[in-house]
Design a protein around this ligand. Sequence first.
Ligand code: GLU
Length: 488
Amino acid sequence: MSNIRARMAPSPTGEYHIGHIRTVLYNYAFCKKEKGKFIIRIEDTDQERYVEGAVERILDVILDYKLDWDEGPGKEGEYGPYIQSQRLDLYKKYAKELVEKGHAYYCFCTKERLDSMREEQQKKGLSKTMYDGHCRNLSKTDVEKSLINNISYVVRLKVPQNEKISFDDAVYGHLEFNSNEVDDSILLKSDGFPTYHLGVVIDDHLMRITHVMRGNDWLPSTPKHILLYKYFGWDLPVFVHLPNLKEKGENRKLSKRYGAVYAVDFLKEGYLVDALINFLMFLGWNPGTEKEIYTMEEFIRDFDIERIHKTDLVAFDREKLLWLNGYYIRQMKPENLYNELKLWSKKFNIDLHGNNFDDKYNVKVLGLLQERIKTLSEYVDLSRYFYKNPIIQKNLIDEFTKDTQRSQEILKGLNTIYNNVRKDNWNSENLEKLSHEYIEKNNYKTKEAFMTLRYVITGEKATPPIFDILSILGKEEVLVRLNLSINL
Ligand code: GLU
């Protein structure tokens, strides 16, 4: 066990995105590789944006992606509690300490004052609004008076003026910020809750976090954190900012317009966890070889912070994901894939056509379709006719013969032949052989005969080999369907 400790710090303000899982994955793999500890800490200090049930859903989806933590909710360790709303006294104590040291100050500005201040700044065309420092230099007596009178206050960070704030990021290298661009952000809110900035620094320190690995959207916040570390006199952790995700071919974040965005939705659509995880490994890292298929063990072995991409955004290639998922599906034994399918349909309440057939039958269907599906939901669409009589349109039966009489003859002929096949001879090779003999003898064209047959049995024009389908459906069912169409 090394002393390496990394963490993921979800805010329960909504559902977890697929990008969050990428970041969990990197943290997780890094800790496993370094034989360190991976911590989950819930940052639930924004009471206004708190979403009921989000904590549970976030933790569940992390586990659904086969990721796990060493310390955190449900796995208490030495440095808990791991839920910020249970640590409020700590933040108050540290905020007070900062005020006493002169690195933070009470601010009694009313909402109205702040609103008009912002409006004013916007009118002047400033790109971002910043606190104007109104309460920065209140006298001690003024502050005490306001406190005694119970005037509502926040505690703000006293950002020094005209200073360079710099730090080294493990991915982006040496970074420098002008302190004049850094806002006197709120550290402690009027409701007594810390803001993210205060909470994250205190907890990363107290929880002995050695590596802060997170999306690079947090880079602009980092100068504030650097100041806080300095004012508390604490050592900096290693900052590892990761590129965020964007739609391929676009310069914007993932968008629901292009498909799933939430981690759970990819599962619901029938992507396999192993494929998703393999895909996520490459969103910000690569091994520098041609190897694309990675197991978790291999990723843990090869993951290296040095090889994280030093770029702002990495492309989320949905087609590639689909391809990869198809690949994973094809590699599975039908029985294992069937188990996945059952778990999936149960978890997401998906109707596998009433499930009114036995497992053996279902595995056969799946075995036939496995080559053709790229997600589990595609299976539901493609397997429909194995479970329900297709809806046959009379005019479409003749599409391939262009002659009702001729279609009838073909179907009747096949019907007679199939009727005479013994059940123990009912297999695709035999059916194919007999059918070919029949159409040759009667001078039908292969295409017209078998397309007509395919249509009346499945209601589709494109399916796996029709004799495989007949063989799985079984003699009785095939005869029922043939007769229904003949009688149309
Ligand atoms: N609570 C922050 C979030 O929602 C954590 C950011 C960080 O990792 O520092 O992502």
